[in-house]
Design a protein. Structure first.
Length: 332
């Protein structure tokens, strides 16, 4: 395999790479533009007002974001999906008069499958599930970043806080949330060929479903862990302890990983071109529970959810996980 990308490539492939680069670089671009504007003195009053508005006034991240159909339907998101390519597989219909909690697995390094399927219309989510309004949830800290926050809110993203989740689920028929259940901890084990899901102790989204009467929809992404090479860190190493401390303090951590570059195939922050198949399972109907759910109710629903997830794995593993080194495992 060549190390460097050929100079002459079809325009389609260039557009695909450019679309993915826009998303991967969005955070860095936001910081760069913001700090550049800070060097222009006559803009300082506007910058101060903007920062105060972010920190003290704007509650949009806790109220479903500021969705922009124009941004979600940007043609670049179609090229984003074709880069890998990504495929969205529908297992069952969803009733638009109800609300849903999509559990997305695995986290992978950057949850790119979740962005492609729920954060944009690049894979045609709204056409497959008419009347369902998905809100991909992320950490509140992401909404403190100037400009970047506005970009992700326009995609329909919102805070993953409990209050935010409940507001969305109770804001009208079809309003639904997508939670990347494994979180930062799962990203540390996103090795190609494996599918280790941090799920045993994750009962928060189960309780959320019971309290709000929202149906659960298991979603399994085949290929998410293949997009980057993960430099594994031994649990006894200093780096692993640094990552764990970072996760406790900030709520997120950054695994050591490598992908490809714009002009090379061996090193960089861009994901590798690997097929990603996102299977959205059939909904698990949940009856609303008054008060606080019992431990038995939580565990019973969690078991039903895990069984449904394992069912998706069994059905598609020999189609989309042919090169696996081990089967799906539920850990922690």
């Amino acid at each position: 395999m060549a190390i460097f990308a050929p100079l002459l490539l079809p325009v389609e492939r260039r557009l695909q790479t450019a679309a993915v680069l826009v998303w991967i670089a969005a955070l860095g671009i936001s910081f760069t533009v913001f700090f550049y504007l800070c060097t222009i003195r006559y803009l300082w009053p506007f910058i101060i007002i903007y920062l105060l508005w972010i920190l003290m006034v704007d509650q949009a991240p806790e109220h479903g974001g500021r969705r922009s159909p124009l941004w979600r339907n940007w043609i670049g998101w179609t090229y984003f999906g074709r880069y890998f390519p990504m495929t969205l597989i529908k297992e069952g219909d969803l009733d638009p008069s109800k609300n849903y909690i999509f559990g997305y697995h695995p986290h992978g390094i950057l949850s790119l499958g979740a962005v492609g399927s729920f954060g944009t219309e690049g894979l045609g989510f709204s056409k497959k599930y008419p009347g369902i309004i998905p809100h991909l949830l992320t950490l509140q800290s992401n909404f403190q970043i100037p400009f970047y926050r506005d970009c992700i809110m326009a995609m329909g993203m919102a805070s993953v806080s409990k209050q935010s989740c409940e507001r969305i689920l109770n804001s009208g028929p079809g309003n639904s949330i997508t939670i990347v259940v494994g979180g930062a901890q799962e990203s540390l084990g996103a090795k190609p060929g494996t599918l280790d899901l941090t799920l045993k102790k994750r009962l928060g989204f189960i309780k959320l479903a019971l309290v709000n009467g929202a149906s659960l929809v298991p979603t399994l992404s085949f290929g998410e862990n293949e997009l980057y090479e993960l430099y594994s860190t031994d649990h006894t190493s200093k780096m692993y302890h640094v990552q764990q401390c970072m996760k406790k303090v900030l709520g997120w951590t950054m695994p050591m990983f490598n992908g490809r570059g714009v002009f090379n195939y061996e090193f960089g922050l861009l994901p590798r071109r690997r097929p990603v198949a996102i299977v959205i399972g059939e909904p698990i109907h949940v009856e609303k529970v008054e008060g606080s759910p019992s431990t038995e109710q939580l565990e019973a629903l969690q078991k039903k959810y895990i069984d449904a997830l394992l069912g998706i794995w069994e059905k598609y593993r020999d189609v989309y996980a042919v090169g696996r080194t081990q089967d799906l495992q539920i850990i922690e």
